[in-house]
Write a protein of this length. Sequence first.
Length: 283
Amino acid sequence: MRFVSYLRDGAVRHGRLETGDTVVELGDGDLQRLVEAGLSTGDGPGESVALAAVTLLAPLQRPGKLLAAAANYQDHVTETGGEPLDKSRLSPRLFLKPPTSIVGPGAVIPLPDISKEVDWETELAVVIGRAGRNIPQAEALDHVAGYMASNDVSARSVDYGFERDTDDKAVWFFDWLAGKWCDGFAPLGPWLLSADEAGDPQAIPIRIDVNGVTKQLGSTKDMIFSVAELIAHASRLMTLEPGDVILTGTPSGVGAATGEFLKSGDEMVVEMGPLGTLRNTVA
């Protein structure tokens, strides 16, 4: 089933998206409470509202944790100058993005004044549905509530207006990390697709068009670390809780590989098969 969060009559609500572009309203607030309930109330009756009469929001507005995986597609690593990775000698590279980076479909993403090199990264987002710590890989997908389309928007360089020692590797790393944190840099949506309906998370197509031109075209089958492996690894570091979100990395085709970056007025359109179309502009 497809679940959405939206604004109606000035209030945030959530519901189940039916065929024919109708939303069956299920309650106040975003989808957090429904995810905590295992999406089990998704079959309940509710008022029907036309999708055109509401404004879709990110399915989860303020998850407890928004994790993301760096360098999880080999073709993306090599396109940006990295060496081929040996998975047997590697662990997933996880980092956190702040909840203020989350926006929904249709939102305008502000270009930050600290960078002129803002880039796109289309990614599968995983929503945790059942809490766990030290989750075995074989059981990891049992902890998933569903999946969303996402875009790990990234500033590839930062400039604070004064000279710094950029030869220092620590400076490079923290600049890279800071480039993930800006407001609006984690669009999510347009809906949360329940895990039972999504099927194999390693068989989802990935595409993004920028101003009508296809930039990324791939599949989740090409991840270095699978969704199950990412969940198992993350749960060794921290307890995963219902509503936590994990962005799973991006394939090749990012702007950094060609020196093409976003400018005011550009439109990004993410398409991920059953996860829908996530459209955002920058300004």
